[in-house]
Design a protein around this ligand. Structure first.
Ligand code: NAD
Ligand code: DAU
Length: 353
């Protein structure tokens, strides 16, 4: 059995990656390492947790001794690193937490991989091993009305979150150059789908529409994001891990740009239908609020390299993916209730009061 470590596997994207690997690779032993912060939830993996090749390990990537012991014990052949603090608004309130988890946590994992894999240029040894770092398009900064992020676009992070992710990407590349660590990096656009914590735009707004609460649109609402269904991100990670070239970066995106306000209106229309409300009812909840400080105006990913070199492309249209997502949240009342009780209420008050 090939032992694969997935960090952050109880989170939003991580849970889809864990599920896809368990289903596609019964010969892999999948270790899910997660600290179970507010964003981690083992309910996200209920349907696969009894698979014989699945193991959950509760732990913190910032704890160097624990990480070294874990790698020594299991001698992982592959690491897919997703664990992170991931919400831009929280990074504005508490930047140091992002440095700690996203930078120090990543370097701890790199060191542990280097410890067990050694520093070698020997292809036969390296080809079997891979450190896959999952990153974001936000490292490239903000675009004007035109142009796309390419893998060669210079880094220009604008928020504490993107600065911490950019820093972790630089460390990953430095370990490739300096120690021959077999790495690959992907930078993906905004994901949406089941299991996303309702602090991010799409699940937050679905939940608020459902409960007839105001929809807090930052600034003029004309900020633009490229949206990708989370399962398609997991599929891209699978392809890159198995066919990607070591040392390379791959951009992942949905070829699917939306201004926030247009996306919000689309969500309102879908929800009106699903909830049996009169057309235009949910749009009345739209409320323009104070802008996010340093808000990036536009992200747009050119995922052409991944498409041309490795043959990946999204499997669903945005309308299909969004409809599936809305349905999932409407059906998952218990999940939504449990993640929006307690701490969430405090966060919501602080963020939106
Ligand atoms: P998430 O916040 O939903 O999940 C993060 C997971 O990491 C949680 O399960 C949490 O418990 C775990 N975690 C946090 N700190 C930890 C620590 N110290 N030790 C161990 N586990 C810890 O995040 P997500 O949206 O699923 O994002 C996953 C990764 O993908 C992140 O690296 C993020 O930067 C990247 N990414 C996200 C998006 C997006 O749209 N959400 C897009 C591109 C890239
Ligand atoms: O681009 C990839 C990134 O996408 C990931 O790296 C991040 O982890 C992920 O959180 C996401 O970052 P964004 O900041 O783009 O996502 P968020 O859902 O927070 O916001 C999307 C847009 O919606 C953004 O322009 C801000 C706006 N917004 C967001 C919230 C939460 C609002 O107008 N109101 C809100 O309440």
């Amino acid at each position: 059995m090939k032992k694969v470590l997935i960090t952050g596997g109880a989170g939003f994207i991580g849970s889809h990656v864990v599920r896809l690997f368990l289903n596609n690779y019964p010969d892999y032993e999948v270790y899910n390492l997660d600290k179970l912060t507010y964003a981690g939830n083992l309910e996200n993996l209920k349907d696969v947790e009894t698979k014989p090749n699945y193991k959950f390990v509760k732990g913190d990537i910032v704890d160097q001794d624990f990480i070294n012991k874990l790698f020594d014990e299991h001698q992982f052949l592959a690491v897919i690193h997703l664990a992170a603090e991931s919400h831009v608004d929280r990074s504005i309130t508490n930047p140091l937490e992002f440095v700690t988890t996203n930078v120090i946590g990543t370097v701890n994992l790199l060191n542990a991989a280097k410890r067990i894999w050694g520093c070698t240029k020997d292809k036969a040894v390296r080809e079997d091993r891979i450190f896959y770092h999952v990153s974001t398009d936000e490292v490239y900064g903000s675009l004007g009305d035109t142009g796309y992020f390419l893998e060669t676009t210079p880094y220009d992070p604008q928020s504490p979150y993107s600065a911490s992710k950019a820093s972790s990407d630089h460390f990953v590349r430095a370990y490739f150059n300096t120690y021959n660590l077999p790495v690959v990096i992907s930078n993906c656009s905004n994901n949406y789908g089941a299991n996303q914590f309702p602090e991010k735009l799409i699940p937050l707004f679905i939940n608020n529409i459902k409960n007839s609460k105001p929809l807090p649109v930052y600034g003029d609402g004309k900020y633009t994001r490229d949206w990708l269904w989370v399962v398609d991100h997991a599929r891209a990670i699978d392809v890159i891990m198995h066919k990607g070239k070591l040392g390379e970066t791959y951009n992942i995106g949905g070829f699917n740009e939306w201004q926030n306000i247009e996306l919000i209106k689309l969500m309102c229309r879908i929800m009106d239908k699903k909830l049996g409300r009169a057309e235009g009812e949910s749009e009345k909840l739209i409320t323009y609020v104070k802008d996010r400080p340093g808000h990036d105006r536009r992200y747009a990913i050119d995922a052409g390299k991944l498409n041309k070199e490795l043959g990946w492309k999204p499997s669903v249209t945005f309308e299909e993916g969004l409809e599936k997502t809305v349905e999932w949240y409407l059906e998952s009342e218990q999940w939504l209730k449990s993640v929006t009780s307690g701490e969430y209420q405090k966060y919501y008050q602080q963020q939106y009061a």
